[in-house]
Design a binder for this molecule. Structure first.
Ligand code: SF4
Ligand code: SF3
Length: 542
């Protein structure tokens, strides 16, 4: 196997025997095979040139999402998606033939899809299929951005918001990276364009979430527990938590969020449910301990899954939905109306003990763009008076590497007149530190999930207007982004598209960027890696 798509990749270069995340070599091979089918379908669809059908859209987004880090560890599930993709590809081939369309003779297009050849095709289509490290790097950077884009698209689509231009771009980008002769410049162009559509998909999801559930608002979230049995829901899909809240109402079961589901509490149409009692625990990587002490069922709506140890007491009470999967765990499919039936989860919860309290108190959040704009006068005044000297965007992911303590230390070491703007699970490194406020404005403003990094781009553009700056980079905002998986890749590409320069990316730089590709990112956009906390505070905050 070879996989270098996440920040925790082995030795900072690539996982070759088994993933640090727990992914087995066979799973990696089937994911490579699935991605080759995805590239084939994207290429054929692009050649056909018509608007992608709902079937193609759903297949592409689901398959791309399935291969995101910590989303799906179930080989049978991945192989079923391969089978489904091959049927779809054959239909598209027929359609192209009936339209006399000449298709490019790429391996992904010409491969016949024979079951006996799955293994060999998975091996042929690995990440290492390109010898040139720079070509490989640009193609993978695009592919990883598309994975993040697909994930956000899927959530928006669940809420009825779609945009066929985004899917047509995904197909065009897949066609470009399938071309074995694609030139460096063409590939660099498609990487940057991925950022443009990254902005579009985050805007689409923002619209979907806020139309369905209202604008996030300043909210205090309980981190203690009640006395009823509970269901813990994790991941990013808000429609799933709404379904669960509706179905658990009046049952005596409480609902708790975990990890990236914490921001559900900020939405008026979700926080109105009294039995949404709090957030339990921290970011994804602490789930082994936290799921044990939670005592009740756990529902994954997206990544990040950590494979349980064989003796884990919670292993028989975990459920997956959407593109996630784990061998032996029950998977809940959406019904024909798009809703999920959580009755089995609820029945199980009734037989469980209430959660064991692991902490008490509250955390504060809900500072997406509308709430920040509501406070705009106060914020602008604080900047003008010098009470706020600088903003640091610390959005992104959390993870288990010790080097991520940098973010906690950085947050603690920031001068009192600096405000942290955050989103994504990165916040769990500092959202319980009680860093205080500046004239009533909390020093940690949490916009929401990783996709809500979009809010910080909207806020930055608004501040640019208010302060009459000619460039977003003239504002007193420093971007110190923590990345782990591929949603952070699309967020990064989107920020680059919006013209944000000098982004600090850590805790380590991506292994999928070859030295030459990294040099382009450094020279063009000023991207830099982490120094020590002291060095970085001195250099970027002053
Ligand atoms: Fe390794 Fe990350 Fe790939 Fe898992 S997702 S196999 S940890 S690079
Ligand atoms: Fe976290 Fe997986 Fe990335 Fe949505 S849940 S930010 S790591």
């Amino acid at each position: 196997m070879f996989c270098f798509q996440c920040q925790e990749t082995a030795k900072g270069t690539g996982c070759t025997i088994k993933g640090v995340c727990g992914k087995e070599a066979t799973t990696s091979k089937w994911q490579d095979l699935l991605l080759s089918v995805v590239r084939g379908i994207g290429t054929i669809q692009h050649s056909i040139g018509e608007e992608p059908t709902p079937e193609v859209t759903h297949f592409l987004t689901d398959a791309l999402f399935t291969t995101i880090t910590n989303a799906n560890f179930n080989d049978q599930d991945i192989l079923q998606k391969v089978d489904k993709g091959i049927v779809l590809k054959k239909q598209l081939l027929q359609k192209a033939a009936s339209m006399n369309i000449h298709l490019p003779a790429y391996q992904e297009v010409t491969w016949g899809g024979e079951k006996t050849d799955y293994e060999a095709e998975g091996a042929r289509e690995s990440v290492l299929r390109h010898e040139n490290p720079d070509i490989r790097s640009l193609k993978e950077l695009t592919m990883l951005g598309l994975k993040g884009m697909a994930a956000y698209y899927e959530h928006a689509a669940h809420l009825g918001e779609e945009n066929s231009e985004i899917i047509s771009f995904i197909c065009r980008a897949l066609a470009t990276i399938s071309n074995p002769d694609a030139a460096m410049n063409t590939l660099l162009g498609v990487v940057l364009e991925t950022g443009k559509y990254g902005v579009d998909v985050m805007a689409l999801l923002d619209k979907a979430n806020t139309q369905a559930y209202g604008n996030p608002e300043l909210t205090r979230v309980n981190i203690g527990t009640g006395s009823n049995p509970g269901i813990l829901i994790s991941g990013h899909d808000l429609k799933d938590i709404e379904d669960l809240l509706i179905q658990t109402e009046g049952t005596g079961i409480d609902v708790y969020t975990h990890g990236e589901m914490l921001p559900a509490h900020y939405y008026p149409q979700l926080k109105k449910y009294k039995h949404l009692v709090g957030n339990y625990g921290n970011a994804w990587w602490k789930q082994k301990e936290e799921f044990e002490s939670f005592n009740g069922p756990v529902v994954f709506t997206t990544n990040c899954i950590v494979p349980p140890s064989p003796s884990a007491g919670y292993r028989n009470r975990v459920f997956t939905t959407n593109s996630t999967g784990f061998p032996g765990w029950k998977h809940i499919q959406a019904g024909a109306d798009g809703h999920k039936d959580f009755s089995e989860v609820i029945a199980l919860a009734k037989t469980c003990q209430p959660p064991r309290e692991i902490e008490t108190g509250e955390i504060i959040g809900g500072f997406a763009h509308a709430q920040v704009f509501a406070l705009a006068d106060k914020i602008v005044e604080a900047v003008k008076s010098g009470a706020i000297r600088k903003f640091v965007v610390m959005s992104g992911c959390d993870g288990r590497m010790k080097s991520r303590n940098y973010y906690e230390e950085f947050a603690k070491a920031l001068p009192q007149d600096v405000v942290i703007l955050t989103s994504g699970c990165a916040k769990f490194k500092y959202n319980k530190l009680n860093l205080g406020d500046i004239n009533g404005i909390p020093r940690v403003l949490d916009a929401g999930q990783c996709n809500d990094s979009y809010s910080w781009a909207v806020v930055a553009l608004k501040l640019k207007e208010i302060f009459g700056a000619s460039d977003i980079n003239e504002l007193p905002i420093f971007f110190n982004i923590a990345w782990y998986e591929q949603k952070a890749v699309i967020v990064l590409l989107a920020l680059l598209h919006l013209g944000v320069k000098n982004i600090h990316l850590g805790p380590t730089l991506p292994a999928f960027c070859s030295p030459a590709v990294l040099k382009v990112l450094v020279d063009t956009f000023g991207i830099a890696g982490n120094g020590t906390v002291e060095e970085d505070i001195k250099k970027y905050i002053g």
